[in-house]
Each structure stands twice: as structure tokens, then as C-alpha cells.
Design a protein around this ligand. Structure first.
Ligand code: NAP
Length: 277
């Protein structure tokens, strides 16, 4: 999928992102993240979504080295931790630190993990992100957990509008207005928690749909995010489920779209900074 930044001079920094990847949140045991990334790369994943807050950028970097893959063949997303999003210089310093931890010359996509808590920090933080983009340390920049008002405000201060807004999206939380606001700034939606953090894999409605299709419940939810046009990043530390999740891409859910859409219930599985002031 193509991502880019809307500017007053048109679309800039056009970059290709694999629409499917592995999320590595809550992989805190030593080696868990490295092993999961190694398994994922072996099965054909080409995109890893990490963050400074997950404390495992270093293991992602180690896995890339151990797998012996070309850097260009894997897309790495990481994020500026919310508590580090306090100003221009801090943003630049933390980007350099992520490069060091990942042991890489560039990051494919660098996201502000959530709107900086102090609204006065939002402009200098984004200016710092733009500086990182112009230096070539990152190939694209974006935001995460930005709500409609946060995106609207960016139109006033961004030289490069975000290429991506990473938000919770799944059959139980479909956010049509936020999807439209994200598209309006020229960004793609990246769906986090496609399984609602695992809370919803036993949903009877989902199980019935999966049975009719002849796939697993998790595959229905993942493919729904993907077919809705989102970059989709399910997390698993389990080798069988890492494979099962990738195989979602081969599942045809088109005959069940209405039934899946009817599962919307506004369920938030973790946090939701999109509604903060
Ligand atoms: N930007 C943000 O604020 C934010 C917030 C949350 C997440 N994220 C990103 O999005 C990624 C995915 O979201 P998430 O980790 O919150 O949750 P998720 O992907 O919705 O669900 C992960 C949970 O589901 C289980 N699971 C995975 N595949 C399964 C399958 N095929 N069948 C049954 N259970 C399965 C996992 O357990 P096992 O590991 O045991 O398989 C884990 O407990 C994160 O890893 C992170 O990269 C970003």
C-alpha cells in the first residue's frame, strides 16, 4: 500500500508499506519478541510494528540481524513514547535513540504514539518529527491515537501531514468518522488490536461467521480490518497463531461483510486517547 504526506506542494515522501504486519506489544519476556519476529520473518511477514514503550526495539533489531534479511525487505514501524513527546529536541533525540536500539540506519515509519498530553507540546513535537523525515532518518512519519480534533488541528501547523494514523479498529470498533477524518488529511488507517487484544476471539457471533466461511474466528477479524483498507498488525507470540494470522489474507469474507459490520458495539479494549482534548 502506498503512503505519502500531503503538503502545500502536493504529496511528498511517497513510500510503500506492507498492509499486513506483526505487532509486538506485550512481549516482555526476554527473547519473546526476538523469537516471534524470527518466526514471522520466516513465514513471510515483511512488516514489524514496535514502539519505544514496548521495550523491545533492541530485540527487533537483533532478530533482523539474526534472520540475515536485507534491511530493505522489512518495513519497521516504531513510535515516540508519549512521555518522551515533550518538545522538538526531545523528539529528535528519541528518534536517534530508537535508531540505535533497532541498530538500523533508518526507520520506515515513525509515529507519535499518542497526542502529547500537554497540548503546547504538539506543534514542537511534530516539527521534530518533520526534521527526522527531512534528515532521512525516517522514511515516513505519522501519528497514533489522534482523534478528529487532533487531526484537524494538524492542518494548521503541519508542513507534512501524517501518512498514517494508527488507532484501534476491529469488528467491534469501526469508527467511520475517524476513518473519514484520517482519509481527509491524506493518511492511511493502521488498525491496532484487530482482535481487541484477544478479548473478542471467543465472540459467538464471530465463531458462527468463521464456521460459515470455514476459517478461524481470529482470521475473520483480521481480514475484516485488512479488507476495510487498514494496515493490519495482529500480535502473537505463538508460532502457530503467527502463521494462522498471516493466512487470514487468503480468506474470503466478502459474503459475510454485513454480518461482520453488524458486530459494531463501540468496544475499547485498552485505552482511547482519540477523545482527549
Ligand atoms: N498505538 C497504540 O496505542 C497501540 C495499542 C495497542 C496495540 N498496538 C499495536 O497493535 C498490535 C496488535 O494489537 P494488540 O497486541 O493490542 O492486540 P491483538 O493483536 O488484537 O490481540 C493480541 C492477543 O490475541 C491473541 N491472539 C493472537 N492471534 C490469535 C489467534 N489467531 N487466535 C487466538 N488468539 C490470538 C494473542 O495471544 P498470543 O500472543 O498468545 O497468540 C494476544 O493475547 C500490538 O502488538 C501493537 O504493535 C498499538
Amino acid at each position: 500500500m502506498r503512503i505519502s504526506h500531503n503538503t502545500s506542494e502536493g504529496e511528498l515522501y511517497v513510500h510503500e508499506v506492507p498492509q499486513f504486519g506483526l505487532g509486538v506489544f506485550l512481549m516482555s519476556e526476554g527473547g519473546e519478541c526476538k523469537n516471534s519476529v524470527l518466526t514471522a520473518l520466516e513465514c513471510g511477514y515483511t512488516h514489524i510494528d514496535t514502539a519505544r514503550a514496548y521495550n523491545n526495539e533492541q530485540e527487533v533489531g537483533q532478530a533482523l540481524k539474526e534472520a540475515g534479511v536485507d534491511r530493505e525487505s522489512v518495513f519497521i514501524t516504531t513510535k515516540l513514547r508519549r512521555t518522551h513527546a515533550t518538545g522538538y529536541v526531545d523528539t529528535i533525540e528519541h528518534c536517534k535513540k530508537s535508531l540505535e536500539l533497532l541498530d538500523t540506519d533508518y526507520i520506515d515509519l515513525y509515529l507519535v504514539h499518542a497526542p502529547p498530553e500537554n497540548p503546547e507540546h504538539r506543534i514542537p513535537v511534530w516539527k521534530g518529527m518533520e526534521y527526522c523525515l527531512e534528515q532521512g532518518w525516517v522514511k515516513s512519519i505519522g501519528v497514533s491515537n489522534y482523534g478528529i480534533a487532533h487531526l484537524e488541528a494538524m492542518k494548521e501547523y503541519a508542513t507534512y501531514l501524517p501518512s498514517v494514523n494508527q488507532v484501534e479498529f476491529n469488528p467491534w470498533l469501526q469508527r467511520p468518522n475517524l476513518m473519514a477524518a484520517t482519509a481527509d488529511v491524506g493518511a492511511k488507517v493502521m488498525a491496532y488490536s484487530p482482535l481487541a487484544r484477544g478479548h473478542k476471539v471467543d465472540d459467538p457471533e464471530l465463531a458462527a461467521i468463521a464456521e460459515r466461511i470455514g476459517c478461524t474466528p481470529a482470521q475473520v477479524a483480521i481480514k475484516f480490518c485488512y479488507d476495510s483498507g487498514c494496515i493490519t498488525i495482529p500480535k502473537s507470540s505463538n508460532p502457530d497463531r503467527i502463521r494462522e494470522n498471516l493466512a487470514s489474507l487468503d480468506v474470503d469474507i466478502s459474503g459475510e461483510m454485513d454480518a461482520i459490520k453488524a458486530m459494531e458495539c463501540g468496544y475499547i479494549s485498552g485505552w482511547d486517547p482519540t477523545t482527549e482534548d
